[in-house]
Design a protein around this ligand. Structure first.
Ligand code: SAM
Length: 209
């Protein structure tokens, strides 16, 4: 219990530090990776049934289904599976720092999603994808790295940020802060969603001019 409280506080500290100054991420990265490697075997038992409610509420409003989607900080893959179920034509990549989380995600991949949903070890602060690779870049309870997500998102594509327990989620960034980071990077059409416990923000990257 004390360990869990410290872990939650540490996750918030790492989030705040990385959002304020992404260069600090090099200090936090090995510690965060170790934290989630340790949590991987029990992560599914820690997730509540409605954890993805704010994530799905935003996805359901997308008028154009994404052809290629990226779930950053995918953990055990729930967000990637949700995108694939909602958009049956989409190819979905789930990326995470933690090899143990990804092993769980691979193990949990339903047979009908194999091939369409793939998992890849990657750091969201330095993604191994070319510019404009995805029409959707989604984050569920994940630290955002704004330059990289803006780079890999195609013009006109959407970025999604969801927090299962609103402002009590350990990895949480207030909507105002998200907007302040996204607006100068050319994002528009902000939409906010609240569910019984959680909240999310959807934003659209401007079309190429
Ligand atoms: C709080 S968990 C959320 C997992 C999943 N999205 C969910 O909601 O169940 C955060 C995940 O993000 C991963 N993560 C944290 N920082 C990351 C980074 N810079 N790049 C990739 N993954 C990262 C962690 O390893 C962990 O699996």
């Amino acid at each position: 219990m004390i360990g869990e409280t410290i872990g939650r506080k540490f996750a918030r500290l790492a989030t705040n530090a990385a959002v304020r100054n992404p260069r600090l991420w090099t200090i936090f990265r090995p510690l965060v990776r170790r934290q989630f490697d340790a949590l991987a075997p029990v992560w599914e038992s820690m997730r509540l049934e409605d954890s993805l409610a704010p994530y799905e509420a935003a996805l359901e409003t997308l008028e154009t289904p994404p052809a290629r989607a990226l779930d950053l900080g995918t953990g055990t893959g729930a967000g990637a599976f949700a995108i694939a179920h909602l958009f049956p034509e989409a190819k979905v990549v789930g990326a995470d720092l933690s090899a143990r989380m990804l092993a769980e995600a691979e193990r949990r991949t339903p047979a009908d999603l194999r091939g369409r949903v793939t998992f890849q070890r990657a750091d969201a602060s330095a993604l191994p994808f070319p510019d404009g690779s995805f029409e959707l870049v989604a984050h569920a309870n994940m630290i955002p790295f704004f330059d990289e997500l803006a780079r890999v998102l195609a013009p006109g594509g959407h970025a999604l940020f969801a927090f299962s327990s609103g402002d009590t989620t350990p990895i949480y960034v207030p909507s105002g802060r998200l907007r302040a980071e996204l607006e100068p990077r050319g994002f528009t059409d902000f939409a906010e969603f609240t569910t019984s416990r959680g909240n999310s923000l959807l934003a659209r990257k401007a079309d190429r001019t």
